[in-house]
Ligand binder design. Sequence first.
Ligand code: PAP
Length: 328
Amino acid sequence: MADNELPMNLREDNVSEETKKLISSLPKDKDCRGKLCKYQGCWYYYNTLQAVISFQNNFQPQDTDIILASSPKSGTTWLKALTVALLERSKHDPMNHPLLSDNPHGIVPFLENNLYLKSSTPDLTKYSSSSSSRRVFATHMPLHTLKEGLKGSPCKIVFMCRNAKDALISLWYFRCKYQKLEMTRGILESMFESLCSGVSFYGPIWDHVLSYWRGSLEDPSHVLFMKYEEMKEEPCVHLKRLAEFLGCPFTEEEEESRAVNKILQLCSLRSLSDLEINRTGKTSNGVDYKFYFRKGEVGDSKNHLTPEMESKIDMIIEEKLKGSGLSL
Ligand code: PAP
């Protein structure tokens, strides 16, 4: 894939003069896909940084907004689907549900990887979850950067994190698929080095995760911290937790009518990935929806990383999270 065919968020062709000036004062580095700079402690490709800054300057929050945050490849698609299904429940007949005709990424746009990437003042009116009045957006920005754009608004923020090793393997597959690259050890090793050094898109992952972890401890009614692995292990428990946090808990009647299970079924990897839209559609950045669905297994990294690679990641993460009360 040539540089100009890379998705827009990875490129550097949409940066204002002001942002260029800012970039010149920031720490810079690069990875195998392009130039990165470190803004507010987080590494971005230049076009994405431009979008982050446009978001921070121009986003007009509403108190009822919901922001779904995650590190890349940590269960964003699933979290988007579950949130849409929660908010939309009882408003649609099961055959006419928005998730049946659109991908979760089409329904819940990324702030910086989509909306503010395309325009510094995007039209957000159509992004209310279709028949409820709440808007739902997604982001991979760390919490302190997100909060600048939220300007003190009491939005609900849900963060989903995942074991860094599985997220790395997920990203390796995803990147090779959409860039039409052969899945070589060389690519995996260079991504492994980026992860370990912290110089990776949205990295360092430990700082990213810690921003939300600490935010959830400080303000649990506005920041909910979820783990992909826990969601896989006890989906009913965590879906109910999500519903309560968002202020739309399941009623007794709903529980009796198995509404929790119905949502989990609708949003399961298998159900979503079997849908026509997810087999053949693309994001507005031109990425095939099918690349967002793979195995969804906990521990898949064991099949790809050497024991040495695994223990290096484990050691780094353990050291960086020491004393925080969080383990990944
Ligand atoms: P993103 O950060 O690019 O939005 P994201 O959805 O967070 O991607 O991550 C994709 C991972 O979530 C894939 O994991 P894998 O590569 O280890 O398999 C994908 O399979 C998994 N995934 C997608 N949808 C679901 C789902 N409905 N349930 C569980 N896991 C899912």
